[in-house]
Design a protein around this ligand. Structure first.
Ligand code: ATP
Ligand code: MG
Length: 330
């Protein structure tokens, strides 16, 4: 069975960008591959965080993934820092990575801009750790959002370099995207992100979301209720595509906007109704899971053990090939 690896940072609650852009796809793909999904806390500590909040953020992320339909029987859901192989292999890959390549990464440039006072080496090294995450399990399929394509390409390059220098060891992986790989934030101007405050949280209720949704920008050319709009220029219409079925999508929503038959607030109310149809069951399932004793700790602990064994095997092979064998062999 081919291996799938993907990760998500415990930097906040899941949002609809994560869900429709990536996580929903994972729930489908977990039936086709040996699936590893990691709550990547070692990535999350590359930005300022509160150590007191990290355990709860990690627990919450694991529960949210399970609530979305990640199957505890099918998928190895685990916490990255529980498996030392990720950091071990990162060091190896560091020695194969030219500095300039990391400095040119788009995510590094974005995050360095966002966190000017804390541009640490870990932030720069993020893609190398990500390559190690994937390759320590010899992952071939990496389902992610569009923002991660560059890092998956980098991972392929690292694998090629290792294989050329030390012998064939790692497979070539590929990014697998959804139909909506880049969902914009409520501000309409940047990618929806956990850390930017522009997200629609997966567990938000209609009442919580409405005030921010009501004031979110739409087609800027549609100033008055009577002005016709262009759905393709409206961020809210891009959200409708995620949840509003046909014929309502083309009929009431798109045609309604073009003919000024409905106003932006009417349109947002339709989106809210359809979104909540998707989110209500997830919120309910989250509450059920959170109330279960031993959840998610027991699942995470069991899986970490399996991952340590799998990662350990790869590390042995890597060290052997690099001339770093165990002492009794020399
Ligand atoms: P942060 O702001 O902390 O970076 P994030 O929302 O970007 O959080 P990540 O944990 O970095 O989330 O990424 C988890 C997964 O979700 C990745 O596969 C990423 O590509 C995907 N993803 C994140 N944001 C979006 C988005 N707006 N649209 C589609 N996919 C997304
Ligand atoms: Mg991100």
């Amino acid at each position: 069975m081919k291996v799938l690896f993907t990760g998500i940072q415990p930097t906040g609650s899941l949002h609809i960008g994560n869900y429709f852009g990536a996580v929903r796809n994972w729930t489908r793909l977990q039936h086709q591959y040996r699936t590893y999904i990691s709550v990547v806390d070692l990535h999350a500590i590359t930005i300022q965080y509160d150590p007191k909040e990290m355990p709860e953020a990690t627990r919450q992320m694991a529960l949210e993934l399970l609530a979305c339909g990640i199957d505890e029987e099918k998928t190895l859901l685990f916490v990255q820092s529980e498996v030392p192989g990720h950091a071990d292999l990162t060091w190896v890959f560091n020695t194969l990575t030219p500095l300039g390549e990391l400095e040119r990464m788009t995510q590094f440039k974005d995050k360095a801009e966002q966190h000017r006072k804390n541009v640490n080496v870990g932030l720069l090294d993020y893609p190398v750790l990500q390559a190690a995450d994937i390759l320590i399990y010899k992952g071939e399929v990496v389902p992610v959002g569009e923002d991660q394509i560059q890092h998956v390409e980098f991972t392929r390059e690292v694998a090629r370099r290792f294989n050329a220098r030390y012998g064939d060891t790692f497979p070539e992986c590929r990014a697998e995207l959804t139909a909506s790989p880049r969902i914009m934030g409520l501000d309409g101007s940047s990618k929806m992100s956990k850390s930017r405050g522009n997200a629609i949280g997966l567990r938000e209720t209609a009442e919580e979301l409405w005030p921010r949704l009501a004031s979110a920008p739409t087609d800027p050319a549609r100033v008055r209720r009577s002005d016709p709009g262009t759905p393709e220029k409206c961020n809210i219409f891009s959200y409708h595509r995620l949840v509003t079925p046909e014929p309502e999508l083309t009929g009431v929503v798109a045609d309604g906007c073009r003919t000024a038959g409905i106003g932006c607030l009417d349109c947002k109310r339709i989106f809210l109704r359809n979104l909540m149809k998707e989110l209500d069951p997830i919120r309910e399932r989250y509450a059920e899971l959170a109330a279960r004793p031993g959840m998610p700790g027991e699942v995470l602990e069991r899986n970490a053990e399996t991952c340590r064994a799998d990662a350990g095997r790869t590390m042995l092979e890597v060290k052997e090939k690099m001339g770093l064998p165990r002492a009794w062999k020399i």
